[in-house]
Ligand binder design. Structure first.
Ligand SMILES: O=C(O)c1cc(=O)[nH]c(=O)n1[C@@H]1O[C@H](COP(=O)(O)O)[C@@H](O)[C@H]1O
Length: 242
């Protein structure tokens, strides 16, 4: 199944939710996998990959889980291509759109025609940045939604499969980039939950209705007093929005 067609298919809510394993050890990660058995798609990010190494990918695969390897590669093209060539079978993987056209093309080319190649996602603008940071710290002269769109278009033109974006920009990206461009949204907060270091957030239902293929939701589930109940509540909210 081509994952970008999720919205047209009757894919259950649980298969559109990705939970990050933002923990430092393999034991802690596998503890979460056991505690939330209905989660089918897990994200391995920098903290866990640096702490536990690639073995965590093997352990997840043995449990028939889908994997989002979120290393947000951002380096010169040769270095990014080398890292991509070393990646074992995962479903999704990230690079930073701000690495530029040559870097993005090098990432795409590194996987070539490999049958097990992941869908590549380009991070457009981190959901922890707001318009003020973009303008006054990063000195980007575009409005934030326009910059996010330009980053997504750059990625699409380079042959990247989709983008990571805030739910606030997902409707615009969906409209301009088309239905087959995969859109994955972190920065998702059920009503009333703590936003923490996120800056551009919306609720799960709003993000799905705006056109997201997948939502990445971590702390609202894993830091909840009852994570299983929090997971079920997010699933119910997304199901109702589909
Ligand atoms: O690439 C990502 O997944 C990502 C991009 C982005 O712009 N913002 C963002 O929060 N993320 C990741 O999404 C997850 C969000 O986690 P919570 O804020 O706990 O829901 C974290 O693992 C982040 O690394």
């Amino acid at each position: 199944m081509h994952m970008a067609n999720l919205r047209q298919l009757a894919v259950p809510a649980a298969d559109r939710l990705i939970v990050p394993l933002d923990v430092p050890t393999l034991d802690a990660a596998m503890g979460w996998v056991e505690r939330l058995p209905d989660v089918t798609f897990w994200k391995v990010g920098l903290e866990l990959f640096v702490g536990a190494g690639p073995r965590v990918l093997t352990e997840l695969r043995q449990r028939q889980k889908q994997i989002f390897l979120d290393l947000k590669l951002h380096d010169i093209p040769n270095t990014v291509a080398g890292a991509c060539r070393a990646v074992d079978a995962v479903e999704l993987m990230t690079v930073h759109a701000a690495g530029g056209m040559q870097m993005l093309q090098a990432a795409v080319a590194a996987f070539g025609d490999r049958g097990d190649r992941p869908r590549l996602l380009a991070v457009s603008v981190l959901t922890s940045l707001d318009a003020r940071a973009l303008a006054f710290e990063l000195r980007v002269p575009l409005e934030l939604p326009d910059y996010a769109l330009q980053m997504a278009l750059l990625a699409r033109d380079a042959g990247i499969d989709g983008a990571v974006c805030s739910p606030r920009e997902v409707a615009q990206l969906r409209e301009v980039c088309g239905k087959d461009f995969l859109l994955v949204c972190p920065g998702v907060r059920p009503r009333g939950s703590n936003i923490g270091d996120q800056r551009r957030v919306m609720t799960p239902a709003e993000a799905i209705r705006a056109g997201a293929d997948y939502l990445v939701i971590g702390r609202p589930i894993v830091a909840a007093p009852d994570p299983v109940a929090a997971w079920q509540q997010v699933c119910a909210e997304v199901d109702a929005a589909l």
